[in-house]
Structure formats: C-alpha cells, structure tokens
Design a protein around this ligand. Structure first.
Ligand code: ATP
Ligand SMILES: Nc1ccn([C@@H]2O[C@H](COP(=O)(O)O)[C@@H](O)[C@H]2O)c(=O)n1
Length: 211
C-alpha cells in the first residue's frame, strides 16, 4: 500500500506520516529532508540558492547529512523552499522518491507533491492542513524547545512566505490532489489527528477493495 501525505509547513503531516508508517508497518520517507539536504549543502559551500546551477550542484549531497538534526533549522527550511522551486533540482530528486514509493509492499511518503507527482496512483492520499497561526504556534514551540528564540510574529511571517513560495512555483506546486482526503488538524490533538488519518486511509482502501 502506498500512502501519500502532503500539506504545508508545520501542518503535522510528518507526525501523521510517521504514525501511519508505524501503524501499517511500512517504510517512511520525509521528502522535505532531501530538499533540506540540498539547502544545507548550498549554505555550507556558500553557493547561491537562487541560482539553479548552484542548487543542482548541491543535489549530490553527502547521504550522512540526512540524519543531521540541524536540517530542521529555520534557515535551512527557508533555503529548501528556494532551491525546491528550481525545475532541475526537482528533476534530480524525482527518481529517488519514485523508487521509494514503488518498493515492494509499499511505503508512506510525506511532502508537497507526493499525491500529485511522486505517487499519483497512491492507494490513499491525505492533504493535511491547519491555520497559519496554529502552525506558527506549533513551530514556535518546537523551535523554542530546540533552543532557538525567534518571535511568534517572525515564525508566522516565515510560514506565510513559505506557503506563498511553495504554492506559486511553476513545477509541482503545493496543492491537494483532486482525490486527496482533507485533514484539518487545527483543533485536533496529535492522537486525534492520527486516529482520523487512519480512519481516512481505511475508508479509501475499503472503497478501492469493493467489487
Ligand atoms: N495535531 C497536532 N497538535 C499539536 N501539535 C502538533 C500536531 N501535529 C503536529 N504537531 C506538532 O507541530 C510541529 C510540526 O509538526 P510536523 O513536523 O509533523 O509538521 P510538518 O507538516 O511535517 O512540518 P514540516 O513540513 O515543516 O516538516 C511538531 O512539533 C509536532 O509535534
Ligand atoms: N515533496 C516536497 C517536500 C519538500 N519540498 C520543499 O522543501 C521545503 C522543506 O520541506 P519540509 O517538509 O521539511 O518543511 C518545503 O518548504 C518545500 O519548498 C518540496 O518542494 N517538495
């Protein structure tokens, strides 16, 4: 079974995707980490994220980087959103994600274009959302716990800017696939959001099994 989980920054899609992977005993890929690794490589080598050739050169990143906690840094997230808008960067990362989705037994992937581009034939697609302010509060708390002290206003402004950049790019913009089930986590606890996600996956796959 392939499960595609998409949504904007800090909507809770990663939390839900990890829980679904545990529940269904499937491998999970957080595709945002790939773009974050490209971004970190750009920054480490003092390249220009706005320049497509610089960003493409960084797609050959060191695999060990994917395990680094610093990939969660805000600057890396923001830079990831810049490099991910380059068509050649998306092309360089495409096959790796498609291969992960196509492995025997299936997989759970989360990102921005899983249901639309990476796994358009996924058995179940979820589009996770929450209001910008709620997402900003969650991200603010997460950053604070990691010792970073950006103000809530700044985190909210960054989230809005990232939404705008991710939704307006020409290639694989952030959007819900037409056949995705919407899951608004704004007023759900993590446990309630995960239960709802499992119910939606069950409903999708039960419909598909009907003769
Ligand atoms: N339903 C929820 N209620 C409260 N907090 C939540 C909920 N879902 C997720 N969170 C918390 O919000 C933060 C962001 O969640 P998560 O990392 O899953 O989002 P994301 O959509 O994957 O973000 P990104 O795309 O930026 O990686 C985390 O600290 C997570 O624990
Ligand atoms: N499938 C994806 C996943 C991510 N991106 C871009 O990477 C940025 C960081 O992603 P996070 O999920 O770790 O926040 C994100 O803002 C997107 O620009 C993408 O384009 N496609």
């Amino acid at each position: 079974m392939i499960i595609a989980v998409d949504g904007p920054a800090a909507s809770g899609k990663g939390t839900i995707a990890r829980a679904l992977a545990r529940h269904y005993k499937l491998p999970h890929l957080d595709t945002g980490l790939l773009y974050r690794a490209v971004a970190a490589t750009v920054l480490d080598n003092e390249l220009d994220p706005e320049k497509e050739a610089d960003a493409v050169a960084a797609c050959n990143f060191d695999e060990a980087m994917l395990a680094q906690e610093r990939l969660k840094d805000d600057l890396i997230g923001k830079t990831a959103s810049i490099v991910s808008a380059h068509p050649l960067v998306r092309a360089a990362l495409l096959q790796r994600q498609k291969r992960f989705a196509a492995q025997p037994g299936g997989a759970v992937l989360d990102g921005r274009d899983i249901g639309t581009v990476i796994a358009p034939h996924a058995d179940a697609k979820l589009f996770v959302k929450a209001t910008p302010m709620i997402r900003a509060r969650r991200r603010h708390a997460e950053l604070r716990d990691r010792g970073s002290f950006a103000s809530l206003d700044k985190v909210l402004a960054d989230i809005r800017a990232r939404d705008e950049r991710d939704s307006s790019r020409s290639q694989a913009p952030l959007r819900a696939a037409e056949d995705a089930a919407l899951l608004d986590t704004s007023f759900l606890s993590i446990d309630a959001a995960v239960q709802r996600a499992i119910s939606l996956v069950e409903a999708r796959t039960a419909t598909a099994k009907q003769p």
